[in-house]
Design a protein around this ligand. Structure first.
Ligand code: AMP
Length: 456
């Protein structure tokens, strides 16, 4: 997953990037970084930790310049290396360059091995380093042509912010898999960000989404120039709407909260349950649970309290810690639950860990029946385009039927939204990336190729 931001033509570019990254902290909590360009040099700070932990006032004295790019990283593998934080900075023939990447390149190893065969030295495990190498090795004269050259050699999902000492280049892959929007800053200058919630925080006006296959070039004293590099083949990621993005964001013209509400309504149609109460798994299931309750005409209650001081359950790699973390994170309001038939709604089911814990928790709190409903289809295939999903073996739905999973998690019943229901909820005017549900790897890669854990 990850978040990127780019700010151009603003006096306090680094501070704006900082706030934007703070608004997009949900997209990656492992490490963060900002690089700025002041015309002569690129300055960089990146570290493991949250945005508020990594930057302090003195950081902004170092991060001079009116152009800043930044990144929040989400991953599990290679987690101990600060080298794997972004932006990736390098000096090369034309000077200095810095790159921030959200997505996952499916031909990472082919490209990397070819570069290594030709003598390249890699310092990190990230596919983003391939991008820097490809730009550095290109024989073209101008940076813009080197970037275009590089783009012909990478495949998969990418939103890129690339910074030289005086310019900024922003690119969204031709499938538009990951979100990327363009905004205008109130006091002059431009901003691009993975999610529009970043614009709201810094008071930027949303202009438009970056188009699939488009490159935007930001230069001193000019409006951003747009160049359509590739023919678009739009497949925005459905999982951004299901789980990943913040509910207040608008991605490619669609508000995430509304989309989730609609998924919940559709789920109520497809998989109703006779219950007294509908509860969400907080916070990810809230909007869908509202829709589900509305669809059934049953009261909605926030019957589970979330402790906000625990990170998302996927961040810790081992199964033991994951189990404990669910309990640390969520606790039921017994008073609401005792003696009731409950429908509990979550946005997705991956390994089944969360659902199992929650069903147990609700039964222990005195629920008579617990009907688990998932506002997404069964996740049967690993995403290779920037969502960190585990291997096929770990995805419970790839090898078990709905009935089997219901038994495994101890639920009275279990229901998923169908793929058709999801498409209807999102609107059929465009083709979404549904790879986790249908295994259609339209942008390359396959279920058995490497995961995205160290890249996205
Ligand atoms: P699991 O417990 O493995 O079944 O995971 C399901 C829970 O993890 C749900 O509550 C989701 O909100 C959340 N989730 C789904 N996908 C991801 C992801 N890629 N990273 C982190 N959390 C996720």
């Amino acid at each position: 997953m990850c978040a990127i931001v780019g700010v151009y033509g603003a006096k306090n570019a680094a501070k704006i990037a900082y706030y934007a990254l703070f608004a997009m902290q949900h997209r990656g909590q492992e490490s963060t970084g900002i690089s700025t360009a002041d015309g002569d040099r690129i300055h960089l700070i990146k570290k493991r930790g949250l945005v508020t932990e990594v930057f302090d006032e003195p950081s902004f004295e170092l991060l001079r310049g009116n152009c800043a790019i930044g990144h929040n990283r989400y991953s599990t593998a290679g987690a101990d290396s600060v080298l794997d934080a972004q932006p990736v900075f390098a000096r090369y023939k034309l000077g200095e360059i810095s790159v921030a990447h959200n997505g996952n390149l499916v031909n990472k190893y082919e490209v990397r091995n070819r570069l290594i065969d030709n003598g390249a030295i890699f310092q990190t495990g990230m596919d983003t380093e391939n991008i820097v190498h490809l730009i550095a090795k290109s024989q073209k004269d101008a940076l813009v042509d080197r970037i275009k050259d590089m783009l012909t050699k990478i495949e998969g999902a990418y939103c890129l912010a690339i910074q030289s000492r005086s310019k900024m280049f922003v690119i969204r892959d031709r499938f538009g898999i990951r979100p990327l929007s363009l905004g205008r800053l109130k006091d002059g200058g431009w901003i691009i960000a993975s999610e529009t919630c970043a614009f709201d925080l810094v008071g930027a006006e949303f202009i438009r989404d970056v188009r699939p296959g488009e490159m935007l070039i930001f230069e001193e004293g000019q409006e951003p120039q747009s160049e359509q590099i590739f023919e678009p083949d739009f497949h925005p990621c459905a999982f951004e709407y299901i789980y990943f993005a913040r509910p207040d964001s608008i991605i490619d013209g669609k508000n995430v909260y509304q989309a989730r509400l609609q998924m919940g309504r559709m789920l109520a149609k497809e998989s109703p349950a006779e219950v007294d109460l509908v509860l969400p798994v907080p916070d990810s299931g809230v909007a869908a649970a509202r829709g589900y309750a509305e669809g059934l005409g049953v009261p909605f209650e926030m019957g589970i309290v979330r402790n906000h001081y625990v990170g998302r359950t996927f961040i810790e790699p081992t199964q033991e810690i994951r189990d404990l973390k669910v309990k640390l994170k969520l606790s039921p309001i017994r008073h609401l639950i005792e003696g009731k038939c409950i429908a509990i709604i979550d946005d997705s089911l991956v390994r089944g860990t969360t659902s199992k814990q929650i069903v147990k928790m609700l039964l222990e709190a005195g629920a008579k029946e617990v009907h688990m409903r998932i506002a997404a289809p069964e996740i049967k295939y690993p995403c290779r385009y920037g969502i960190d999903t585990p291997t096929m073996e770990e995805l419970i739905s790839s090898s078990h039927s709905v009935e089997e999973i219901a038994q495994m998690i101890g639920a009275t019943s279990l229901g998923f939204l169908s793929v058709e229901g999801l498409v209807e909820a999102l609107g059929s005017e465009r083709t979404y990336s549904l790879v986790s549900f249908d295994g259609n790897y339209f942008a390359g890669g396959n279920a058995n190729s490497f995961g995205c854990a160290d890249d996205c």
